[in-house]
Design a protein around this ligand. Structure first.
Ligand SMILES: [Zn+2]
Length: 558
């Protein structure tokens, strides 16, 4: 029966199914884009036909490919054309002089002529040995004739130079908007360089864009960023209308070979609604009656999965919202700084209720415990319970309190953690928040113990796409200085891998087709050159991707 015979059979290595009931098997057969058989070698070999390729894993490890639980795919086509001013190991920067060098080299290498924007990504003062923010003067010193914008690693702010501020119309008379931050020159009122949150959002939206064709031409390279790391389902986790339009065009032109899950940003929903539902009626979000029908189904590898809400900012930027003050001054030198929500609580309550009533899944960004309280109250006011199976995802949930785990269980909230923070910013969090709060960052072990399903994410481009660093950080929780940021919250590698596979699949309602190796599921698999569940913890970071398959088709080969 030629139709039933496998295209490929994998054998001869470690095979992790990510299924708790049967973690390891001897062989897997795939065909027609799906998994045909999983189990003992003899049993799986029965699917072998004349044309079946038997792939000897040769000691390598096969497992389900990774699912991006939260990140910003729309940044990928752009970032390929930006300067990397991230700190080690995500980039080359340790001080302001490094930033200056990177920018000068970037302008030379790309022949960017004066007057054209130079964009950088990954800026973060905590990577700088100078002990101060990079300023407009630092950037003017090297690029006086180009407008420059260095996007903050949180994607919630940027540093601009003089030409950049002039291009955006920011000067001494520009008021700081509510919920925003504009650092001013000492003794003056000129913007000094760093702007954050609501002061940043409009200028980011106003950035001159590459042409659609230029962006579409980067889609192959953009998807390779993920495929080369074993990731075959990617997320655009705060989709703007213009990004959705671009990704739809790429999808319609057949340029997507990975699955893209888009989660439109709440502020953009009215715009999207106007585009797709001209006859809408509804509340403050203007959701039409049948809005939910647009969600949950792939078309040409793109689907809308839910609506993204945002309650607060970033902890490393000190713009998250906590109940207890920081131990260090706020971003403007404030004493007893607790941060602040991005929107008034009343508006968040209205948004959550309207989205929930429309039957659409919510993905809500909350970093600080006060932000999480706002969301918990909003979910309770909207009448949510765990029994509804809404799978409301609380993105980051980084500085939740232990008592909030009970609320998550009661309301059916599911955390998507950000454990690489322990490495990148763990030392800083301890300094700002103290040991008790820093040690409970992204508390995966406690969440699992409470019975919650939780995923893990890189929040690309906040940190690079790097599943093995996610696994390592969930297992080791080691900071840059070598401190274990909360020994009690370390998890086993198996749990850390589940957070990138079956748990991430569940959060986007794809557990029936992805996340484990099981008969009938999609043949989305990755071959690694090591087994994360059996190597010593500090070797997990050395594990590399050998080959990635999306529905049985090789999409990356080392
Ligand atoms: Zn994000």
């Amino acid at each position: 029966m030629i139709n039933d015979s496998a295209e490929r059979i994998f054998r001869g290595g470690t095979i992790l199914t990510m299924d708790d009931a049967r973690p390891r098997v001897e062989a897997v057969a795939i065909g027609g884009g799906r998994i045909l058989a999983v189990g003992d070698e003899a049993e799986v070999m029965s699917t072998r036909g004349d044309d079946t390729e038997v792939v000897e894993l040769d000691g390598h490890t096969l497992m389900p490919s990774f699912i991006d639980a939260h990140g910003h795919f729309a940044n990928a086509p752009q970032i390929i054309k930006w300067a990397n001013v991230s700190g080690l190991p995500a980039g080359p920067v340790t001080c302001i002089a490094d930033i200056q060098r990177v920018l000068a080299e970037f302008v030379a290498a790309n022949s960017v002529s004066a007057g054209n924007w130079v964009l950088g990504y990954g800026y973060d003062v905590s990577n700088l040995s100078d002990g101060r923010q990079c300023t407009r003067d630092d950037l003017d010193a090297v690029l006086p004739d180009h407008p420059v914008m260095l996007i903050h690693s949180s994607n919630h702010g940027a540093v601009l130079n003089s030409k950049g501020f002039a291009a955006m119309g920011y000067d001494a008379s520009t008021p700081t908007p509510p919920g925003g931050l504009i650092l001013r020159t000492p003794g003056g009122n000129e913007p000094e360089g760093l702007i954050m949150e609501t002061a940043f959002v409009p200028i980011f939206a106003d950035l001159p864009q590459p042409s659609e064709q230029e962006l579409l031409d980067t889609f192959d390279a953009a998807q390779q960023l993920y495929a080369s790391k074993g990731t075959t389902t990617v997320q655009e986790g705060a989709t703007h209308a213009k990004d959705l339009s671009l990704i739809r065009t790429a999808a319609d032109q057949g340029r997507l070979y990975l699955d893209v899950v888009a989660v439109p940003l709440v502020l953009e929903v009215p715009k999207l609604v106007k585009e797709y539902f001209p006859d809408f009626t509804g509340g403050p979000m203007e959701l039409p009656d049948r809005a939910a029908e647009s969600f949950g189904t792939y078309r040409n590898r793109l689907k809308l999965q839910g609506i993204k809400c945002v309650v607060d900012g970033s902890p490393q930027g000190k713009t998250a919202f906590w109940t207890e003050p920081l131990l260090t001054p706020g971003p403007n030198g404030e004493a007893d700084w607790c941060g602040q929500p991005v929107f008034p609580e009343e508006l968040i309550q209205k948004m959550v209720k309207e989205i929930a009533d429309a039957g659409i899944q919510i993905f809500c960004h909350c970093n600080g415990d006060a932000a999480i309280d706002v969301m918990i109250d909003a979910c309770r006011a909207a009448g949510m319970t765990a029994g509804d199976d809404r799978r409301t995802v609380i993105i980051h949930s980084q500085f939740m309190r232990p008592d909030q785990l009970d609320d998550y269980v009661e309301l059916g909230l599911s955390p998507s953690f950000f454990t690489v923070h322990a490495y990148f910013w763990g030392d800083l969090h301890k300094e700002n928040l103290g040991q008790r709060r820093a040690y409970f960052l992204s508390p995966m072990a406690s969440a699992v113990k409470a019975g919650l399903r939780c995923s893990n994410h890189n929040d690309f481009s906040v940190t690079p796409i790097d599943p093995m660093r996610m696994v390592w950080s969930a297992v080791a929780r080691t900071s840059r200085s070598g401190e274990v940021m909360g020994p009690n919250e370390r998890v086993e590698p198996w749990q850390a891998l589940k957070a990138l596979t079956i748990e991430a699949a569940w959060q986007i309602r794809e557990e029936d087709s992805k996340g484990t190796l099981a008969e009938g599921k999609l043949a989305d698999v990755v071959i690694l050159d090591g087994d994360p569940t059996s190597v010593p913890t500090d070797r997990i970071l050395d594990i590399a991707v050998v080959q990635t398959f999306k529905e049985g088709r090789s999409v990356y080969c080392a």
